[in-house]
Design a protein around this ligand. Structure first.
Ligand code: V0V
Ligand code: CO
Length: 145
């Protein structure tokens, strides 16, 4: 079902400061930046590797306001790993299968994600305390692999 780890999402207070840290410390490169108002974040993707069906990345997340998933997380827990995202070939099918196995779906249907992807989240309490994201890469990206 899972093809790869698509990204690890890291919550931070200051996106520009964290990008600079990851670039100079780990020699990573930012390949995309986006403001996603639906998810309440300003985010950047730093490329790690290319793989089957898509790449893998670090996703740095700064909340647009305190009253957002990442804003609440920062208040409660401080900076750190916020979610792990797995690449799936078909996010609608994955939601159907995983939901059928008793895991609570935070999204009943896919939402718009970074770099044109379709994403959906699973409840952390049903996945051993890990907020889990499913990612389907856009056709364009899959075709060029
Ligand atoms: C909350 N909890 C977490 C958690 N956030 N556990 C692990 N990892 C996290 N990130 C725990 C929390 O401590 C509570 O445990 C419990 O879950 C229920 O929390 P809650 O009070 O209902 O907390 P809320 O209101 O903060 O909601 C949490 C959820 C929310 C996960 C339901 O954040 C959500 O819907 N997230 C999905 C959307 C999202 O995160 N978007 C931002 C990334 P206790 O205290 O009861 O034990 S956007 C993104 O990744 C994009 C765009 C992309 O990849 O392209
Ligand atoms: Co994410």
């Amino acid at each position: 079902m899972f093809m790869r780890i698509d990204h690890v999402g890291i919550a931070c207070h200051d996106l520009e400061e964290k990008i600079a840290f990851f670039e100079r410390t780990f020699e990573l490169t930012v390949v995309a930046r986006e403001v996603n108002t639906e998810q309440g974040v300003k985010e950047a993707m730093l490329h790690i590797a290319d793989g089957e069906g898509g790449g893998s990345y670090i996703q740095l997340l700064e909340p647009l306001s305190p009253d957002t998933p990442v804003g609440k997380f920062l208040t409660r827990r401080g900076e750190g790993v916020h979610h792990v995202a797995f690449g799936v070939p078909d996010v609608v099918q994955a939601l159907d299968t995983i939901g059928g196995r008793g895991v609570r779906l935070l999204d009943e249907r896919p939402r718009h994600g970074s770099m044109g992807s379709s994403i959906a989240f699973l409840h952390p309490k049903d996945v051993g305390g890990m907020l889990t994201e499913l990612v389907q890469a856009p056709e364009r990206q899959a075709e060029t692999m």
